[in-house]
Design a protein around this ligand. Structure first.
Ligand code: SF4
Ligand code: FES
Length: 370
C-alpha cells in the first residue's frame, strides 16, 4: 500500500515563487528552489550555508510568505517562514519580493541586526563583499530608534592569522559549524544567551587546525578578518584571479586578490550566493597553507580572471568575465518589462510623449500640442 502511494506521488513538486513556477525534487527547501530560479527572487541568507550541516534558522533574513501551503491544502501559512528551513510542498505558492509583509519584516530584521553592529564600513575589510552591507543598502533606515548603549568588545587576536571583532558579529553560528565540521576538535561556541551572547574566546584554540581560515570565508560580516590582508586594500581595488596549485591538504583551487603582481589575499572561490564553490559535489574549502603562506604569484598556476557572478561592488572593476545576476523581474510581473511598471502613460494623460523613444533630450517643443 505504501508503495502504491509512493508511485502516485509526483516525482517533482511544483512550486511558484513570485509568480515563477518551477519543479523541484521533494525535500528541497524554499530557499534552494528560489536559488534554482536565481536573481532577485532568491531571499538573502545570512546564517544558512549549504556546505555547513545544521546551519540556518538563526537570522530570519530569509523570511518569505507562503500564500498557499500546497495543492492539497491551499490555505496560507499565518506567519512568515524561514525559507532556509522550510521544505516546499507540491502546489505551494511563495511570495518574496512580491510581498509587502516580507519586505517590511526584512527591514525589521536588518534593523535588529544593526542594533549593535557598528556602521564602520569605511574602515572594515569586509566592505564591498559584506552581506549585511548589501542588506543595509536595500532595507536599512536612515536613523536608529535604539536608545541603549551598544555592545562593544575588545578586538581579539585569534592566533596569528585571524582577528575577531565581536562588535561586528551577528551570531550566525557559521564559524562554529566550520570549527565543528572542518577542524578536529571544536573548542569554541556561543556563550551566554540573548543580549549577552558572544563567540567564546576559546575560538583561539581552534587556530592550530589547517582549515581554521575558512571561518573568515564563511563570516557574512567583518567579524572574522584575515590579518594578513587587514587594512592593506579595498577589495574593489584588487583584481581577483583564479589560480590553483597541487596541495596535499585541500583542493588547491583559490582566488588570488592581486594588486599588480602582488598577491594581497588568498580566498576560496565563491559562488553567486557567496558560498565556497563545490568540486565534484565536495565543498572547495582551502587549507591555511594555501591561504596564508602562498602569497607569491609563482606559487600558483594562474587560470585567468575570476568571474564575479555575485551582485558585488567588485564587479565595478569591469574585469573580464563579469556575469550579471539573472534578471527575473519581467517574469515576476507576468511578462511586463520593468520600464513599463512605472509607465507614466498609464497614470497621466498630461504627458503623452514616450520620452525614452526620443532621439535626444526632451525640450518644451516636444510637449507642444499638435
Ligand atoms: S564571527 Fe562571523 S561567522 Fe562567526 S557567528 Fe559571528 S558573524 Fe557569524
Ligand atoms: S538564512 Fe534562513 S534564518 Fe538565516
Amino acid at each position: 500500500m505504501a508503495d502504491e502511494v509512493k508511485k502516485e506521488a509526483p516525482a517533482n513538486f511544483k512550486v511558484t515563487i513570485d509568480n515563477i513556477t518551477i519543479e523541484v525534487a521533494p525535500g528541497t527547501t524554499i530557499l534552494h528552489a528560489a536559488r534554482q530560479i536565481g536573481g532577485d527572487v532568491t531571499p538573502p541568507a545570512m546564517c544558512y550555508y549549504s556546505k555547513l550541516k545544521g546551519s540556518g534558522g538563526k537570522c530570519r533574513t530569509c523570511l518569505v510568505e507562503v500564500a498557499a501551503g500546497s495543492a492539497a491544502d491551499p490555505r496560507p501559512m499565518p506567519k512568515l517562514v524561514a525559507s532556509c528551513r522550510t521544505n516546499v510542498m507540491d502546489g505551494m505558492v511563495v511570495k518574496n519580493i512580491t510581498s509587502e509583509r516580507v519586505q517590511d519584516a526584512r527591514a525589521g530584521v536588518v534593523e535588529f541586526l544593526l542594533l549593535n553592529h557598528p556602521l564602520d564600513c569605511p574602515i572594515c575589510d569586509q566592505a564591498g563583499e559584506c552581506h549585511l552591507q548589501d542588506l543595509g543598502y536595500e532595507h536599512g533606515k536612515e536613523g536608529t530608534r535604539y536608545e541603549f548603549k551598544r555592545r562593544t568588545f575588545e578586538k581579539e587576536d585569534i592566533g596569528p592569522y585571524i582577528q575577531l571583532h565581536m562588535t561586528r558579529c551577528i551570531l550566525c553560528y557559521r564559524c562554529t559549524y566550520v570549527a565543528d565540521q572542518l577542524t578536529d576538535n571544536r573548542v569554541h561556541g556561543i556563550l551566554d544567551r540573548g543580549d549577552h551572547a558572544e563567540i567564546s574566546t576559546y575560538i583561539s584554540k581552534a587556530i592550530d587546525n589547517d582549515f581554521s581560515g575558512n571561518m573568515i570565508d564563511v563570516c557574512p560580516v567583518g567579524a572574522l578578518t584575515d590579518k594578513t590582508f587587514r587594512f592593506k586594500n579595498r577589495v574593489w581595488f584588487t583584481k581577483p584571479v583564479d589560480a590553483h596549485r597541487d596541495c596535499d591538504k585541500c583542493c588547491g583551487k583559490v582566488t588570488l586578490w592581486q594588486r599588480g603582481d602582488e598577491v594581497l589575499r588568498v580566498t576560496a572561490r565563491k559562488d553567486e550566493w557567496g558560498e565556497v564553490q563545490s568540486y565534484d559535489g565536495k565543498p572547495g574549502w582551502i587549507c591555511n597553507t594555501c591561504r596564508f603562506d602562498k602569497k607569491h604569484v609563482n606559487d600558483w598556476v594562474i587560470e585567468g580572471p575570476t568571474r564575479i557572478n555575485r551582485h558585488s561592488v567588485i564587479s565595478q572593476g569591469h574585469y573580464l568575465g563579469l556575469q550579471k545576476p539573472k534578471e527575473t523581474i519581467a517574469d515576476v510581473m507576468g511578462g511586463r518589462a520593468p520600464k513599463l511598471l512605472m509607465d507614466i502613460h498609464n497614470v497621466s494623460d498630461v504627458n503623452s510623449v514616450d520620452i525614452s523613444a526620443l532621439p535626444g533630450p526632451a525640450t518644451s517643443k516636444t510637449f507642444e500640442k499638435k
